[in-house]
Write a protein that binds this ligand. Sequence first.
Ligand SMILES: C[S@@+](CC[C@H](N)C(=O)[O-])C[C@H]1O[C@@H](n2cnc3c(N)ncnc32)[C@H](O)[C@@H]1O
Length: 377
Amino acid sequence: MPRARRPEGTITRGKTAPNRLRRVDRWIVRVHGPELRRQERPLVVDLGYGASPITTVELFGRLRAVHPRVEVVGIEIDPDRVAAARPYEREGLSFRLGGFELPVERPPALIRAFNVLRQYEEAEAWQAWDRLCAGLAPGGVLVEGTCDEIGRRAVWVSLRRTTGEPPARADVPAARGPAEAGGPWGRSGRWEQSARREPGGLRDAEGRPEAAGPWDPSGRGESGSAREAGDRPETAGPWESGSAREASRRRGPGGRRTVPRPRDGEPAGVPQTITFAAHLPTLSRPSDLTERLPKTLIHRNVPGEPVHALLTAFDRAWASAAPRSVFGPRQRWIAAVELLSREFPVHTTPPLGGRGRWRLGEVTVPWPAVAPRPGGL
Ligand SMILES: C[S@@+](CC[C@H](N)C(=O)[O-])C[C@H]1O[C@@H](n2cnc3c(N)ncnc32)[C@H](O)[C@@H]1O
């Protein structure tokens, strides 16, 4: 009999709570519900559900409301937690022992991994992104993030499985306002990050460019299409092969290779967006969310790094929007996001953006706006 493979990864704290992941689930349903609905029997994996399977059960209920045949599998690396989850199994919902190798019969259309990678080293988190994306169905999505104990503050990144096509241009929305000296704009007056495209671009499950904002209905994005001589060379953060990330993933933390690479060459997935979400009445400023940054960014919140520039600008916008507080924190947040969108390429149209999303205390920006600088640390 073949020996069962050891699950890839490490058992970590199993802390969880009912309704903790409501913000990301609401976003998944709104943003990815339509593409799940187009599939006959989509498979969704909840990786690392913790000591109780409650958030997996909730995800199942929320997805079944939009697709009656969706199947959800909760995967945990701790056998005791799998045993504790068994009584919750029902048609379309099951639990099993496993890790980053994803022990499922068919590749999932979507993986949610929440509060799992924060307890790994940064290099391992980059490797896990790659490993998990390699396990997705073509065009599938990984939603990886972190939140506080009761889900009032959350930050998540969505990544799309690459399909092996030649790299496409990223669709980076242009900031809407005038260039500001000293801001994230280049000397050319273009947003500096616009030169930092990701292979694959923003694509939906069928590989079509995802709905773009008002900056360019073609989905190509003006800022993504032009790079002047003198702009920075086209290299991205550690997601790119040939970068510091490549070196660190060869090495692994402490010189070990802890998570096997899915394959050599191009990454298996491309980060698309990052979303910040908060319970606004208890938020003192947008940078309160820094403590919830995913592991791949948490050490990058330092001057000179894009994520730091974004959050600093967001705090400035929040301060400028203070007079709107008389109408409540939602109105202040909406005004601050509108100000931010003059400087940074915020998603401004549904499903990723617009006032309907912002009033929920959310904002989504394209990943290149926060991608770490190559060799930044
Ligand atoms: C803090 S709990 C998060 C629970 C739940 N997702 C939440 O957000 O409330 C993290 C869980 O992930 C599990 N875990 C860590 N690495 C894993 C891996 N590689 N594969 C599967 N589960 C993993 C841990 O055993 C732990 O139970």
